[in-house]
Design a protein around this ligand. Structure first.
Ligand code: ADP
Ligand code: MG
Length: 242
């Protein structure tokens, strides 16, 4: 589903991605972790073309992200992305937030878009919240709406960038529950997160990044089960977060 080959990126003199390569199969759930500033957000945003890169190749669902002729808006429409800061439109109700891109980008009728919105709102446990504004929801509810909004677009895969980092602790669980369910339904997911409980329980694979490079990329049982076998930086990171 996602092939990343030798991807590098510089900001001026600073190399923020250093020859990153990995492959993510359909239905696979991959957690990306590593210290702050290690390039996790940059890498995940290259996957849907939100961040350009200088070298290498990324192919998502058969589409080469960096190629000159690629229709990036079209690719982005099919790659769901959920950020730390929910990014809902503050002046639109939940219902309108869910419908907007379906109508504007996919050309669905308003009825169809609202029907789909209702379906996914129920799936994230928020049936009955359609007429609220984002400010009338808790952070956890807003993030669940953001996930529902992404799902309304029938994404081929979902990217999560620290989706629970901005939440009060008591709301982390409700968002992770939705992600666990999504993983169980076979969604291809790339999740930047420090929620190691989620990684251990749900991830097929864990990628550890440091200074722009992928230092470790292995099945999660191995990542958590054989800590002594991990690169030293990954061991130090695990010792801090576990
Ligand atoms: P992470 O998500 O792992 O915390 P990021 O991908 O956000 O890391 O950042 C990787 C590196 O790129 C950091 O050193 C950061 O300072 C740098 N960086 C990110 N965005 C920019 C930018 N717009 N200009 C210059 N440097 C940037
Ligand atoms: Mg980040």
């Amino acid at each position: 589903m996602i092939r990343i080959e030798n991807v590098s990126k510089w900001y001026g003199q600073a190399r923020v991605l250093a020859g990153c390569s990995t492959r993510i199969a359909e239905g696979e759930v991959v957690v990306v972790c590593g210290p702050s500033g290690s390039g996790k957000s940059t890498l995940i945003k290259t996957i849907n073309g939100l961040e350009p890169f200088d070298e290498g190749t990324i192919v998502v669902n058969g589409v080469s992200v960096g190629a000159p002729g690629t229709d990036l808006p079209r690719l982005r429409a099919r790659v769901g992305m959920v950020f730390q800061s929910f990014e809902l439109f503050p002046h639109l109700t939940v219902r309108e937030n869910l419908a907007l891109a379906q109508v504007v980008v996919l050309g669905r009728s308003r009825d169809e878009a609202h029907a789909r919105g209702r379906e996914y709102l129920a799936r994230v446990g928020l049936a009955g919240f359609a007429d609220r504004l984002p400010a009338q929801l808790s952070g956890g509810q807003q993030q669940r709406v953001a996930i529902a909004r992404a799902l309304c677009m029938d994404p081929v895969c979902m990217l999560f960038d620290e989706p629970t980092s901005a939440l009060d602790p008591e709301m982390v669980g409700e968002v992770l529950d939705v992600m666990v369910e999504l993983a169980g339904e076979g969604m291809t997911m790339v999740c930047v997160t420090h929620e190691m409980g989620f990684a251990r329980k749900v991830a097929d694979r864990v990628i550890f990044m440091d200074q722009g490079a992928i230092l470790d990329d292995c099945p999660s049982e191995e990542f958590f089960g054989n800590r002594a076998g991990r690169p030293e930086r990954a061991q130090q990171f695990l010792a801090r977060v576990l």
